[in-house]
Design a protein around this ligand. Structure first.
Ligand SMILES: [Cu+2]
Length: 118
C-alpha cells in the first residue's frame, strides 16, 4: 500500500509537471518596445528590476543607447498601456506618456530628465 501511494505521488507530480510545462509552451507571449527617458546604468537597473515584477512579464531589457525598453509578457496578462503606466510611476517617460512628477522628483539627481549622460 505504501509503495502504491508513493507511485501515485510520482505519477501525479509528473502529470502536473507536464501540464504546467505545456501551459508555458502554449501560452503566447508578446513583445513591446517602449521609449523611456532613462539616462544611465542606474536607470537601466531600476527599470529592469521593477518592470520584471509586473504581471506576466517574462523578460525586460533596456537598450542603454536607444533608451528603448523591450518587454516580453504573457498575452492577456498585461498590456502595453499598463506597462507604460508602470514605467511612468517609476519616474520615467514612456513613449508619449510623461513621467509621474512625484516619482521623477524622487529619483537621484543624476537620473532626472535633463541630466547629462554619465
Ligand atoms: Cu540614472
Amino acid at each position: 500500500m505504501k509503495i502504491f501511494k508513493f507511485l501515485l505521488v510520482v505519477v501525479m507530480s509528473h502529470l502536473f509537471g507536464y501540464a504546467s510545462v505545456a501551459q508555458d509552451v502554449d501560452g503566447k507571449a508578446e513583445k513591446v518596445e517602449i521609449k523611456t527617458s532613462a539616462i544611465c546604468g542606474m536607470c537601466k537597473d531600476r527599470l529592469e528590476k521593477n518592470i520584471a515584477f509586473e504581471k506576466g512579464v517574462k523578460s525586460v531589457t533596456l537598450n542603454e543607447e536607444t533608451k528603448v525598453l523591450t518587454i516580453e509578457f504573457k498575452t492577456g496578462k498585461n498590456s502595453k498601456d499598463k506597462l507604460k503606466k508602470a514605467i511612468t510611476k517609476l519616474g520615467y517617460d514612456a513613449d508619449d506618456l510623461p513621467a509621474d512628477q512625484k516619482a521623477h522628483d524622487r529619483l537621484p539627481a543624476c537620473c532626472q530628465k535633463g541630466s547629462e549622460p554619465h
